[in-house]
Design a binder for this molecule. Structure first.
Ligand code: TZP
Ligand code: MG
Length: 214
């Protein structure tokens, strides 16, 4: 059984967007505002820097009962004692990641379209990141936007937990939940916000309203 995780408001970090405030301070504010899960994402960082960052975030998050996921890097997740890893289609397979990290690890997989879902080996996968929902400036190779309709299409194909990602802010979060997502993942809506705590609170309010209405 993987560690407990809550996809409701999934904060994904970006090194440039947190640079002014700092990684830990941004994550701390997001968590204070209601972020329920955190992914350390820094595609260009060196392994040993990432391990140090992951350890620092783990020390901050573990006492609060919030799981830490590392993007792409199974080795870094293992070295830092993170709760899991988030894999793209070209990373290690979910099964290979689980073989390294063990049965307790949380393993997430990115899926860009229903067709990509259909061609993915889902054994060992605990949740899916589906998107980009809308165009995003945060990830250059994110692919074409699929809208909340694309999330709904994947929802119809699987019982796995799903989190929508890409271009999500408080204005569209409710539609993503309405499409059947278990939560929303955001980078810029929180990391680039003037007030990350308030931004997270606004997202949580939109998610709660959509859940109550749906
Ligand atoms: N994967 C798909 S879109 C994306 C990632 C990491 C970036 C999402 O960033 P933002 O700022 O929330 O659009
Ligand atoms: Mg990746």
């Amino acid at each position: 059984m993987p560690h407990a995780f809550d996809l409701t408001l999934y904060l994904v970090t970006d090194p440039r967007q947190v640079a002014a405030r700092g990684l830990a301070a941004t994550v701390e504010a997001a968590v204070a505002g209601g972020a329920t899960l955190v992914q350390l994402r820094d595609p260009d960082a060196h392994g040993r820097d990432l391990v140090a960052q992951a350890r620092a975030l783990r020390a901050l998050l573990a006492p609060r009962g919030i799981a830490l996921i590392v993007n792409d890097r199974v080795d870094v997740a293992h070295a830092a004692g993170a709760d899991g890893v988030h894999l793209g289609q070209d990373d290690l397979s979910p099964q290979a990641a689980r073989a390294i990290l063990g049965p307790d690890a949380i393993v997430g997989l990115s899926v860009g379209t229903p067709a990509e879902f259909a061609s993915s080996d889902l054994s060992g996968v605990d949740y899916l990141g589906v998107g980009p929902v809308r165009a995003t400036g945060t990830k250059a190779d994110a692919g074409a936007a699929i809208g909340p309709e694309g999330v709904a299409a994947v929802r119809r194909l699987t019982a796995l937990p799903i989190v929508g990602i890409g271009g999500i802010d408080a204005a569209i979060a409710g539609a993503v939940i309405g499409a059947g997502a278990d939560g929303v993942a955001v980078v810029s809506a929180v990391c680039a916000a003037a007030d990350p705590k308030a931004a997270a609170e606004a997202l949580r309010a939109a998610i709660s309203a959509a859940r109550a209405g749906g």
